[in-house]
Design a binder for this molecule. Sequence first.
Ligand code: GAL
Length: 437
Amino acid sequence: MRTVNKVTAAVAGVAALVFSLGACSSSDDNTTPAASGTGSESAAATEAEVFTWWADGSEKAGLDALVAVFDTQHPNVKFVNAAVSGGGGSNAKPVLASRLASNDPPDSFQAHAGAELTDYINAGQVQDVSNLYDEFGLNDAFPADLISRLTVDGKIYSIPSNIHRANVTWANVALLKEAGLPTDAAAYESYTTDQWITALQQVKDKTGKTPLSVGGPWTQVQLLENVLIADLGADGYNGLWDGSTDWAGSDVTAALKNYEKLLSFTNEDRDGLDWAEPIASVESGDAAFNVMGDWAEAQFEADGKVLNTDYLAFPTPGTNGVFDFLADSFTLPVGAPHPDGAKAWLETIGSVDGQKAFNKAKGSIPARTDVDTSDFSEYQQTAIKSFANDTIVSSLAHGAAAPAAVLSDITDAISKFSAGSSSVEELQAALVTATKG
Ligand code: GAL
């Protein structure tokens, strides 16, 4: 008998929603009403303490680009950076949880659209900001289905800054060549997981380099979610979150066996790493492939690497035609000490200028549909096209698919598996437990 899935209530229908994205390439004419600020905060100088995990490298560069727009739009509001480093919020989320628990919220914090945000809403930790959608003219600015992922009982509790893709595989062109593998991204679009495993073996045999780099637990969860999408298909993967796919089923077992094989081709020091080091090893040619979200694109660009010359980016083998989605979205916490500062920050987040500057630097695409993206990178053009045309699924590792408690239990199971303390059978049993009510 199929168990009732613990995530179903929280995210019913979420994963199966299909976005209808309007054209992403119209002009900048439609700026927010207050490109230079509403002035609502100008009577008295205030501040906005903003909590993110964009503390290093290309992620900090993205935040800096956003802050530059904020400073222009709201010169009277001091930006206070409360970022806690650690990709995927691995360190930040526990710090935030303890701040919220002790009634010490920042003025705004980063959360993921979907199940993670629903957690904060259910806990009564964030305020309804629907009035700001009216005030800033945001109701038609975002795709309707993104708004529906942010809405609970008719209220909207955050303003999205961006859309990232989590099913991207990055590869080093020179090392692929040395291994005798194709050096054009298109060749990998039709690959299955099995064909990819054969290619990984070829990298190992012919070059002795790391076939697939990966980092610590959250990056392994992201690798797992990619394999589940590849092997179960978008519908089967969505079914894991709405209860229609059985976590105990034989198709999940087969996917986990593939996950085990993929892990066997990875660097042994994986558990202590974040995302940037494994991407750096693809950049340097120490590793051939890495699966990571497209914040990695910003790092390749920052390091002066050229797409299709130095590195490739393509949908993870088996996931072509699927866009594994996550969106960062900013909140107004209950009890925020500087609500005027928070409001100013949220205005910048939702503005055309803020979304343009931030996403160009971050590797993501604007959540707004009316930002001129003609000067965005070649990679970002592929993401824009895929988001408009492909099937959208929700990222597990980045809070869109499952509540925090479920993700935390899955992450523990994945850590144990990486440490060699559990078998595929035990991993599957742990995943069943993690997701059942
Ligand atoms: C995600 C977040 C991205 C990026 C990434 C790596 O959870 O949504 O914006 O920061 O983590 O840290």
